[in-house]
Design a protein. Sequence first.
Lengths: 232, 102
Amino acid sequence: MSPETSAAAEHHHHPALAHHFDSLAEQNEAATLGMWVFLVTEVLFFGGALMAYSIYRSWYPGAFASASHHLDVTLGAVNTAVLIVSSLTMAMAVHAAQLGERGKLKAFLLITMVLGATFLVVKGFEYHEKYVEHHIPGLGLPFDYSAEPQFAATAQIFFSIYFVLTGLHALHMIVGLGIMTWMYIWAANGTIDKDYSSPIEISGLYWHFVDIVWIFLFPLLYLIGRHASGAH
Amino acid sequence: MSENHQHTHIVPLSVYYTIFAALLVGTALTVWVAYIDLGALNTVVALAIACTKATLVVLYFMHVKYASKLTWAVVSGSVFWLLILLALTFNDYLTRHLLTYG
C-alpha cells in the first residue's frame, strides 16, 4: 500500500476506498445493498424450489409423511444447532472486525468454518445412510420402499426434492467456506481493519442467509407428520 | 446520510447472545411440537416458528434493524416477491379441484 504523496496536507485515503465513492461509509452502504440485492435473487431461487416442494407435498401428503420418517431427526436437529452456533460466531467475527480486533476476528472466522465443515460432514453421513437404505432415487441406484409399496413411486418424489434442496444448501455452504477462507486471508494480511470491515459484514450476510434456508428446510423435510406413530 | 455518523452500527454482544438463545429455544420448540398432534396446524406452527427464527436472524444477526431505509425496502421486496410467487402458484394448484371443464 503506497502512501499518499500528492496531497500531504489532506487526510489520506484509506487504501480500500474505491475512487468512485466519497467515503468508506458510502462504499459500505453500496456493498451492503449489493449483497442484499443478490440475496433477494437467492430468496426467489430457494423459493422456487420450496414452491415445488409445497405442490408435491399437497398432492402426496401420505408419501411425504412416510418418507420424512426415514430422515434422522436427531442429526437434523444437531445440524440446525451447529448452524445457529456458526451464525453466532459469524456475528461475533463481524463485531471483532468492526472493533479492529484482528486476533478475535481470525479466531471467530476459523470457528465458523469448522462449524460449517461439521455441518457438511454430518450431512455426508446422512447421505451415506440414504445410500445404504436404498433411498436415493435415480442415478441408476436401486430404490427400495418395499415396506410401504403404496408409496414406492411417490416417496421417490420426496427424496428427489430432499436431495435437490439439501444439495443446493450444501453447495451454498461449500461456497460459504470458500468466502470465509478468503476473508481469513484478508483478516490475516491486514486488508480488513477497523475502518474497512464491510467485506466481513457482507460475507456474514451470506452466511446468515444460508443458515435461514436451513431453518426452513429442517422442519419442512424432517418433521412432517412426526406425531403420527403409524408410519414407522 | 450524515457524514459524521459512524459508518457501521456496532451491535452489542449481549444482543447476539440473546438472539442465539432464542434461536436454540425455537429449534427445540419446533422439534417438540412436531410430535404433538395438532392436525393441519402442525405445518402452520412449524412455519410460524421458522419465520420467527428467520426474522430474528435478519433483524439482528444481519443488522437490518439498524440498516438504511433503502436496505429495508430491498429486504421487504424479497419477501413481497416470494409471496407473489407462492400466492399466485397456490392460487392455481390448490383451486383446480373446484372446477371441472368440458
